[in-house]
Design a protein around this ligand. Structure first.
Ligand code: SF4
Ligand code: SF4
Length: 245
């Protein structure tokens, strides 16, 4: 299953016709952006991203085509190495600025809005999911995901200051409202269920690779990296790949 460009374009048209981008922005505008030290410690993963959010980011990046082409190799590499080495989000630039700040996904916007207890609860579910993934890779492919990836924790941030935190009930209501938008794409067969709960980096990777093909390349790349901290297969792939939008 690949993310076909013609479907992305049709989806953007569908979103425009139904004012989905305005609805998404209205949800985003309900979140106080807060202030912090900008240490970037929280930008350490490919966050879960809804399809409408991916379309919003895609559209934004296509407005700066040179940057899009420059960014995509980093994004694709991040996807292939995600489970073997911990790196900062590829959308973060060298100066520690998010290059898609204006259109960043809901998960990034809500970081800092959870209280300590909710945050730890959330980490427990992430850890559980990571352990489940690790068992899956071990059992099916004899690959051990390094412990530092499985147990990785973005620490709770005490530096984030916000005048009004978005409470649990309101966060859920935002997710529900985005899900209503999301279901319209499924109902109109612009996207299929395989793409549910896709990470930001994976969305962009699936423009260039079929989901299964990407998964099988990833196994090879992970094995190579775990053996020698590099991957000749990935170098070959990157040499051949043409990053058009
Ligand atoms: S929210 Fe906290 S962890 Fe994230 S960049 Fe700001 S200070 Fe750093
Ligand atoms: S998209 Fe931006 S805000 Fe979100 S993790 Fe990446 S760099 Fe950080």
């Amino acid at each position: 299953m690949k993310l076909l460009k013609k479907n992305i374009e049709k989806s953007i048209e569908h979103a425009n016709e139904n004012k989905f981008f305005s609805k998404l922005n209205k949800i985003y505008n309900g979140i106080d952006r807060g202030e912090c030290q900008g240490c970037t410690s929280c930008c350490m993963e490919s966050v879960d991203t809804f399809y409408i959010e991916f379309l919003n980011i895609y559209k934004y990046l296509k407005g700066n085509y040179d940057y899009y082409k420059q960014l995509m190799p980093r994004v694709v590499k991040y996807y292939f190495f995600e489970l073997v080495t911990k790196n900062k989000c590829p959308f973060l630039d060298r100066d520690g600025k998010c290059r898609i700040y204006e259109v960043r996904p809901l998960t990034c916007r809500l970081f800092g809005h959870l209280n300590k207890e909710e945050y730890e609860e959330n980490y427990k579910s992430v850890l559980k999911e990571n352990r489940r993934s690790n068992s899956y890779f071990k059992k099916n492919y004899e690959i051990n995901i390094p412990k530092e990836i499985v147990n990785y924790k973005i620490e709770y941030c005490n530096e984030f200051k916000v005048s009004r935190k978005v409470k649990r009930y309101d966060r859920q209501s935002m997710i529900d409202n985005i899900f209503i938008i999301e279901s319209s794409f499924f109902m109109n067969e612009l996207i299929s269920e395989e793409f549910l709960r896709t990470g930001l980096v994976s969305w962009f990777t699936y423009i260039y690779f079929d989901m299964e093909e990407a998964g099988s390349h990833r196994l090879k790349i992970m094995r190579e990296y775990l053996k020698g901290a590099k991957s000749p297969s990935l170098e070959n792939i990157m040499d051949r790949l043409v990053f058009e939008g």
